[in-house]
Design a protein around this ligand. Sequence first.
Ligand SMILES: Nc1ncnc2c1ncn2[C@@H]1O[C@H](COP(=O)(O)OP(=O)(O)OP(=O)(O)O)[C@@H](O)[C@H]1O
Ligand SMILES: [Mg+2]
Length: 256
Amino acid sequence: MRDRQTDEYDKKVDELRTKIKGLDQLKVRDDVFDEYTLLGLYKLLSRGWITAMGGPISTGKEANVYHADRDGTTVAVKIYLTRTANFKKMQDYITADRRFINIGKTRRDIIFAWTRKEFSNLKRAEKVGIPVPHPLVFDRNVLVMEFLGDENGAFPQLRLSEFEDAQAVYDEIIEYIRLLWKKAKLVHGDLSEYNILFGKGHPYLIDMGQAVTLDHPHAPGFLKRDLEQLNRFFNERCITREVPDILEELCGSSPQ
Ligand SMILES: Nc1ncnc2c1ncn2[C@@H]1O[C@H](COP(=O)(O)OP(=O)(O)OP(=O)(O)O)[C@@H](O)[C@H]1O
Ligand SMILES: [Mg+2]
C-alpha cells in the first residue's frame, strides 16, 4: 500500500527528472535512471559538477556512459546499472579487496562501492602518470570523469582504431601495465582492446572498476590474463614479448 512518504518520495523524484536539464530527452531504458541514480545526478547537478546531460557514448550491461556538459566543457558520466550489472562478479572482486572491508552486502551497497572503487583506481593510476580519464567526482552509482575525445567525438576503442606504429602502441601499453603494478600497486584486471581508447596517437586505459591491489589473491592471475589479452590482439600486428618473461620481471614468478 502506498503511504504518504512514498508519494512524497515519488514527487521528489519527478521534480528531479524535470530539473536535470536534458534528462527527459534521453532515449534510454527506463531502468537506467532509477531513484538512486536520479538522486546521485541531482546532487552532482546542484553542486555544479554537471550542468546538463547529453546523449549516450556507450550503453552496455554493466554501465552506460553519457556526454554531459560542465560549464561549456564536455565531461563523461558513467552510470553503473543497478539492475543489470554483474553483481556476483563485483562481490567476488570487492570482498577480497582490503580497501573495501566495511561495505554492506546489498546489491546497492556493492554497486556504490564499485563506483567508489573505480574512482579511487583512476586516481591511483593517474598519480603515477598513466593516461586515464581524470576522475572528477562520484555519487552513488554515478562517476563523472574527463571526456576522452575531440571535436570528432569520443576516442575510439583500440579494436576500432587505425594506428601506424603498432609496436610503439604495444610498448607504451606494456609500460603502463608495468607502472600500474610497480608504482600504483594495481592490476587492471580487464584489459583488452575494448578497454583501451586510442586518440592523438596514444593509448588511454579506461574501465578500472575491477582493478585490484596487489594483495588481492588473484592479482598475479589477473596480470597474466591482461598480458595474454594484449598479446592476442597485438600478435599479428607487431612483435610481442613473452608473457612469462614479463611476469618474471614484475612478480618474480609466473602464476599458474
Ligand atoms: N572518459 C571517457 N571518455 C570517452 N569515452 C568513454 C569514457 N569512458 C568510457 N567511454 C566509452 O564508453 C565505453 C564503455 O565504458 P567502460 O568500458 O568504462 O564501461 P563498461 O563497464 O565496459 O560498460 P559495459 O560493460 O556495460 O559496456 C568505452 O568503451 C568507451 O567507448
Ligand atoms: Mg569496458
